[in-house]
Design a protein. Structure first.
Length: 219
């Protein structure tokens, strides 16, 4: 990845969990589902998959896709013409278990963006990740809010704006908007984020999955 390349959506979503004061990552319990959604949104943005409403209607294998994309494409290929197995909900469920956030956290650590400690708790090791630059997540959140304000009337017209809209939808699906956009000043961004979480297919699938998981945890 060069300095001009966009950071993957899954990595940006993880960095948005960094505490702006300490840099420590604090992610919701449902976050693996949101990270899986970020992977699907990334594949949609690159044209690797085509999404219509709640279904993946086509996929295009790429020569330069990474290991994760290869696994997703293999699953889609194996699904064949099955209507059930090519729904976004099914793909999200598959990725939820096969693509834990740990993979992305390790990559960010290897890149020097995060540091990791393994303190013991009741004799059990537990990894804790911290952003080297504590304001990294805040800067991403500011960029997304600026994009939402700029495109409020026209909608996204550039690839960068489309990426930020997908990330905004994932922020809403993961329930991070109140943490990132506080008070009356943050209300326009919160409204836009929630709207995109409902209207964009992949974030909407994440929202449904998160809602199901919360209902299951509360029952």
């Amino acid at each position: 990845m060069t300095s001009s390349d966009p950071r993957p959506l899954a990595e940006e979503l993880l960095l948005l969990c960094a505490d702006p004061a300490t840099g420590r990552l604090r992610s919701p319990t449902t976050f693996p589902t949101a990270v899986a959604g970020a992977v699907l949104a990334e594949l949609q943005l690159t044209g690797t998959i085509t999404v219509e409403d709640r279904r993946i209607t086509a996929f295009r294998p790429l020569d330069d896709h990474d290991e994760l994309a290869a696994r997703v494409l293999t699953e889609l290929d194996r699904a064949g013409g099955s209507r059930h197995r090519t729904t976004l909900d099914h793909a999200l469920g598959e990725l939820r278990y096969r693509n834990a956030p740990r993979r992305h956290l390790d990559r960010l650590t290897d890149q020097g963006v995060l540091t990791v400690r393994t303190p013991g708790f009741l004799g059990l090791p537990r990894r804790r990740w911290t952003a080297v630059r504590p304001n990294t997540g805040a800067l991403i959140a500011e960029r997304v809010a600026a994009t939402l304000a700029r495109t409020a009337d026209s909608g996204p017209t550039t690839p960068a704006e489309q990426r930020d809209h997908q990330l905004a939808g994932l922020i809403g699906a993961a329930g991070l908007e109140r943490r990132l956009y506080r008070g009356a000043e943050g209300e326009p961004a919160r409204r836009a984020v929630r709207r995109l979480a409902r209207s964009l297919p992949v974030p909407a699938a994440v929202s449904r999955a998160v809602a199901r998981r919360r209902r299951a945890m509360s029952s």
